[in-house]
Write a protein that binds this ligand. Structure first.
Ligand SMILES: Nc1ncnc2c1ncn2[C@@H]1O[C@H](COP(=O)(O)OP(=O)(O)OP(=O)(O)O)[C@@H](O)[C@H]1O
Ligand SMILES: [Mg+2]
Length: 340
């Protein structure tokens, strides 16, 4: 059996930001693949580099205060990190589209929703007649289940509720049937009840053909909506695998901590165990494994390798990868902890 080539292949992505007179590294060699049609979740605490990863793919990092120190991101055969601006613009919004937490970051307040979606379609299909553009826009608006597409067409974004606005932004993102949809916390700003609806709309509207990279803090959503998951910590991928395998048997103490802090478990009577301590600042990263100061395994075993050496991302049990020097001790340590 041959594995198909990935739609997106990110390798060694290394990004730095200027602070005062030096460059601070926010991403340290991030690598992952996204295959045609799949949904890949990206998780990790605040500041772990999730948004910087996708912003660099979309060419959205500030030009003056950031730089690509290394890496490539091959999408459909081309390195999108090194495309001339014009070519990147051609890909952005057509082959790769993005949905943000704040819909107003992609909707313009002074134009109607219909006008903006029609423009997004026209930009990549310059020959279309006004009638065809309008028809296509109405079709896209009904795909995101806006109740009255014709009415929505001539509505201004601020006249919508938060959930409706999010649907309008999704409509804009899927208007040109992108092959890859990147969603950065698409439902975080919404009420819990609306979140599920919007997520469902996003899943249905994008259809089965397109792949999705879904950044979220919601581990329940990852479990429901993703095929594979990438766990990030301090600008590195520290574990990846199929969602089923990673959830059933996380092989990194950090992943285990994230899963244990799921509110669902607490609601069901389990203990809520947030990971003690807070994520490090990129200006003062701990040496070796950046997680070691917070790691229960390290606390127990005190192996100097955790302090001295950055762990490589190596094949984990089953499919997937993990970056932990002590992963082989994880099972037993957990059992020990539960019995004490
Ligand atoms: N434009 C910027 N200028 C300087 N530093 C930045 C910039 N954007 C992000 N950073 C830094 O890069 C690191 C990673 O940030 P990023 O926004 O990717 O985190 P995140 O994982 O998306 O977190 P969150 O869950 O809070 O959205 C952080 O230390 C952040 O302060
Ligand atoms: Mg973010």
């Amino acid at each position: 059996m041959t594995t198909p080539a990935p739609l997106l292949s990110v390798r060694d992505l290394t990004v730095e930001f200027r602070r005062d007179r030096s460059w601070l590294r926010a991403l340290h060699g991030v690598s992952f693949d996204v295959f045609e049609g799949e949904t890949v979740g990206v998780v990790g605490e605040s500041g772990s580099g999730k948004s910087v990863t996708v912003q660099s793919l979309m060419g959205l990092l500030p030009a003056r205060s950031s730089r690509l120190a290394a890496g490539s991101a091959v999408f459909a055969g081309r390195d999108i990190l090194r495309l001339p601006r014009r070519e990147l613009r051609r890909i952005r919004g057509k082959d790769i589209a993005m949905v943000f937490q704040d819909p107003m970051s992609s909707l313009n307040p002074v134009f109607t929703v219909g006008y903006q979606i029609a423009e997004a379609i026209r930009e990549h299909n310059p020959g279309l007649s006004r009638e065809t553009l309008r028809e296509r826009t109405l079709a896209v608006l009904s795909r995101v289940e806006l109740p009255h597409p014709a009415q929505a067409f001539s509505t201004f974004p601020f006249q919508f509720s938060g959930g409706m606005r999010q649907r309008a932004m999704i409509a804009m993102a899927i208007a040109n049937a992108p092959r890859l949809l990147i969603a950065d916390e698409p439902t975080t700003a919404l009420d819990v009840t609306i979140q599920a609806q919007v997520m469902q709309v996003l899943q249905q509207a994008r259809g089965t053909g397109s792949a999705m990279l879904l950044i979220t803090h919601d581990m329940g959503l990852v479990a429901e909506a993703t095929d594979r998951v990438i766990v990030m910590y301090a600008g590195r991928v520290i574990e990846t695998g199929t969602t089923a395998e990673v959830f059933a048997a996380p092989r990194h103490p950090y992943t285990r901590g994230l899963l244990a802090s799921r509110p669902k478990l607490a609601a069901a009577g389990g203990r809520l165990t947030p990971i003690p301590g807070s994520p490090p600042n990129i200006a003062s990263l701990p040496g070796g494994c950046a997680f070691h100061p917070r790691c229960a395994l390290h606390e127990r075993h005190r192996d100097p390798i955790c302090v001295d050496t950055v762990p490589a991302l190596l094949p984990r049990e089953g499919a997937g990868l993990v970056a932990c020097h002590l992963t082989h001790l994880l099972g037993s340590a957990q059992r020990e902890m539960e019995t004490t």
